[in-house]
Design a protein around this ligand. Structure first.
Ligand code: ADP
Ligand code: ZN
Ligand code: ZN
Length: 740
């Protein structure tokens, strides 16, 4: 009797056996292929599983097996290659295959929804209707309006009908008169070109460096990873576009991964202007239906270019020819909860599996990627000059020790801002903290507003009249007095974007100040609208968080002001300096991208600090090499490998107890010593309590990846057997990029 082995969307790292659905036909049994979705009972629920194989027997006694409910697909939603990639990822990240697979498909498919039939009902004029002259049906105004609409467009659908304000009754009246007829057509895919200018833009004439980069990439069915290491504004995107053009000539698809949704409108319109082909988007700003349509058009091969954020790495494509990862250093490529994968690393694995070239592009490559390029595992391509004659920005450190400050701005900085605004330029003020102020303190009694659920302070959001915790959903009303002593002497310590915006409005009353952070851009299209103001080119001051650092092209920004560079210098996370360097260079890269030269002013209390000087004087590469030296000495990535096991519980002792059991379990086996791995902890997490949970972690370090994985597997096995395994929450993070 055939048995279905299914991967179910659960945290359990095993497959589940089911009998065939009761109503299945013999014919259907022959068509059962791995990768099909199968609806099956699971506890009291019904879940969508993925068929892994059809077996002849099960270890579970036949009497205990339940039949599956329904086979949901006629064609597998997972290709054999995608199944294999997901198996690899499940093993590499020590995560349940069922959950990996569930992450790899659009939400609607996960929920058991069927594929969307792209046929739609449309209406057009019948032969008789076409015979009517313009301006006919005068006596029935609405009917005349519909007639005109149909005369102008060859056909219409329900959306056209409702946007034109014509009711279904009017349509039916014309159908009854045999003037209009119904027909089925292929729905206009959301991916199709839809603008007159689409595909009309000519490629730019490349400069020497760009041409060398372009010609170095081999668009062939062969794996090779390239690092396109180009300073900000050096024309990396132009190189991508011309590579894609080569790929299109061979009728192959390109997958482009980009960091953030905020970037999408600009990037996408640039691609659309260049290519007159189907371009599918995959990002979290889409509805579930839009996502599924994009996914289908990628899988069918209809979409030639797929642009998406992290999870788009799992998009299946009939005929992939090239993968591009823009801003490969960006931390958004790493999923930080649930299935903690790196989209960049999975993409590289995928390129290898499918034998296609992959380009990692960045002005500030991650240390891992730089190291791989230095070891010749990746081919290193350089763009050292800004394209289009733009000059690199000039840096200046502003020593603010003892300087009089106005809401975080030194007078030297204010003078510089004023000078640029007066000259008709734009200024970007970078402060990596949203809200009004990160700390509320009572001047009379010393009370500090703390989150009740986390070891963290509440951030003041003045405009909303709220105190918010940036680590959990916690929020409360901002009171005008101290809850401990009722004093009204409240002191707001430190600045966030909201406070800087307010200060700038006061200091520059005649200049528009535009704030860009998560709070001002949460609404759909808000970012786009705010940026439209900037692109008009009138003098303005942009103030915002790292959202501003990412990929934007602001031709009229001539000054970038960094309010506080000191935080990153003293970070407890070993990646702190790397992230700070990348962020500063990226923000600085927004200055002087066009004909106007740019300047970057950085306020610091530590103007002699070697790291910040190295960054400002020698720029990213020597800074990065310096950090690589330090990593080498301490055996940290990319020289050593890390995995972090996190545990959390509402019980304060259990997380550490659980992790201690893991450690002692493996040490009695002698496994750590044998494999040359080291364990650190368990220790309380840097934020020991978050959202009401007590948190601890155990860090595993190994010089060789193989040893890391061996040891990690053993730790996970011990963990899964432990009595606390189901009582607490615990997770594994391989190659963690955030140690919190
Ligand atoms: P990056 O992606 O490296 O930050 P972009 O591709 O956005 O750089 O290019 C920066 C600017 O330079 C853009 O306005 C782009 O149109 C322009 N540019 C790029 N390559 C060339 C070229 N070969 N000739 C002229 N202008 C170019
Ligand atoms: Zn008080
Ligand atoms: Zn909190």
């Amino acid at each position: 009797m055939p048995i279905l082995s299914l991967a179910m969307p659960t945290p359990l790292k095993r497959s589940f056996d089911y009998l065939l659905p009761l109503d299945i036909t013999d014919l259907a049994i022959n068509d059962l292929k791995p990768g099909l979705r199968v609806l099956a009972p699971f506890g009291h629920r019904q879940l969508t599983g993925i068929l892994l194989e059809v077996k002849n027997s099960s270890d579970v006694p036949a009497a205990k097996l339940k039949p599956a409910i329904q086979i949901l697909d006629s064609d597998p939603v997972f290709s054999p290659q995608m199944l294999e990639l997901c198996r690899w990822a499940a093993n590499y990240y020590q995560h349940a295959l069922g959950d990996v697979l569930s992450n790899a498909i659009p939400a609607l498919l996960r929920k058991g929804h069927e594929l969307i039939d792209q046929k739609e009902t449309r209406w057009r004029l019948s032969t008789e209707g076409k015979g009517l002259p313009e301006g006919a049906l005068k006596r029935a105004a609405k009917q005349a309006q519909l007639l005109t609409l149909l005369q102008q467009r060859t056909s219409i659908n329900t959306t056209d009908l409702s946007t034109s304000g014509v009711s279904r009754t009017i349509l039916n009246a014309l159908i009854k008169k045999d003037l209009v007829e119904k027909f089925a057509s292929e729905a206009a895919a959301p991916t199709s070109p839809n603008n007159e200018s689409d595909g009309t833009e000519e490629p730019l004439v490349l400069n020497e460096e760009q041409r060398i980069a372009l010609n170095s990439v081999n668009i062939q069915k062969r794996y090779q990873c390239y690092l396109l290491d180009g300073v900000t504004g050096s024309g990396k995107t132009e190189v991508y576009l011309q590579l894609i053009a080569k790929c299109l000539e061979k009728d192959r698809q390109t997958l482009v991964l980009i960091p953030e949704i905020g970037l999408t409108p600009q990037t996408v319109s640039r691609f659309r202007r260049r290519f007159n082909c189907h371009i599918a988007l995959l990002h979290s700003g889409l509805t579930d239906r839009e996502r599924l349509l994009s996914w289908q058009s990628a899988k069918s091969g209809q979409a030639k270019i797929i642009i998406g954020t992290r999870s788009a790495v799992f998009t299946q494509m009939g005929n992939i020819g090239l993968i591009i990862i823009d801003e490969e250093h960006d931390s958004s490529f790493k999923q930080q909860d649930g299935f903690r994968y790196s989209a960049r690393d999975i993409a590289i694995k995928r390129a290898h599996q499918l034998r296609c070239p992959i380009i990692l592009g960045s002005a500030t490559p991650s240390l891992e990627t730089l190291h791989n390029a230095q070891q010749s595992r990746y081919q290193h391509l350089h763009l050292t000059q800004r394209a289009a004659n733009a000059k690199p920005p000039l840096y200046e450190l502003l020593d603010i020790r003892n300087a009089p400050m106005d809401e975080g701005f030194s007078s030297a900085l204010l003078a510089a801002i004023k000078k640029e605004i007066t000259a008709g330029n734009q200024v970007l003020v970078f402060i990596n903290r949203r809200g009004f102020s990160p700390m509320l303190m009572c001047h009379d009694c010393g009370y500090v507003a703390q989150c009740h659920h986390c070891d963290a302070r509440m951030t003041v959001h003045f405009q909303q009249g709220m105190l918010r915790c940036h680590h959990c959903e916690g929020q409360e009303k901002l009171l005008g007095f101290c809850p401990d002593c009722n004093s009204r002497q409240l002191d707001f310590r430190g600045s966030g974007t909201e406070r800087s915006e307010q200060a700038l409005n006061r200091l520059f009353p005649n200049t528009q100040v535009i704030r860009i952070d998560r709070d001002t851009t949460s609404r759909k299209l808000a970012m786009q609208e705010l940026l439209e103001n900037v692109h008009e080119g009138t003098p303005c001051i942009l103030v915002g968080t790292q959202m501003l650092a990412k990929g934007h092209h602001f031709p009229d920004v001539t000054l970038v002001a960094v309010i506080d560079a000191d935080g990153g210098l003293f970070s407890t996370d070993f990646r702190g300096p790397e992230k700070m360097g990348q962020l500063l260079i990226q923000v600085a890269g927004r200055a002087g991208r066009a004909s106007k030269p740019g300047k970057v002013m950085i306020q610091t209390h530590h103007p002699e600090h070697p790291l910040i000087n190295s960054l400002v004087n020698n720029h990213y590469h020597s800074y990065a090499n310096q950090l690589l030296e330090e990593r080498k000495v301490s055996g940290l990535p990319p020289f050593g490998h890390l995995a972090l096991i996190r545990a959390e519980s509402s019980n304060p002792q259990q997380p550490e107890e659980f992790l201690r059991a893991l450690r002692s379990g493996i040490e009695t086996n002698g496994q750590t010593v044998d494999s040359g791995s080291r364990l650190f902890g368990p220790l309380p997490a840097p934020m020991a309590r978050r959202a009401g949970f007590f948190r601890a972690q155990l860090l595993l370090q190994a010089d060789r990846r193989k040893n890391l994985h061996q040891c990690l597997k053993a730790l996970c096995n011990i963990g899964e057997q432990h009595t606390l395994a189901n009582k607490i929450r615990w997770s594994v993070d391989v190659d963690p990029i955030d140690m919190h």
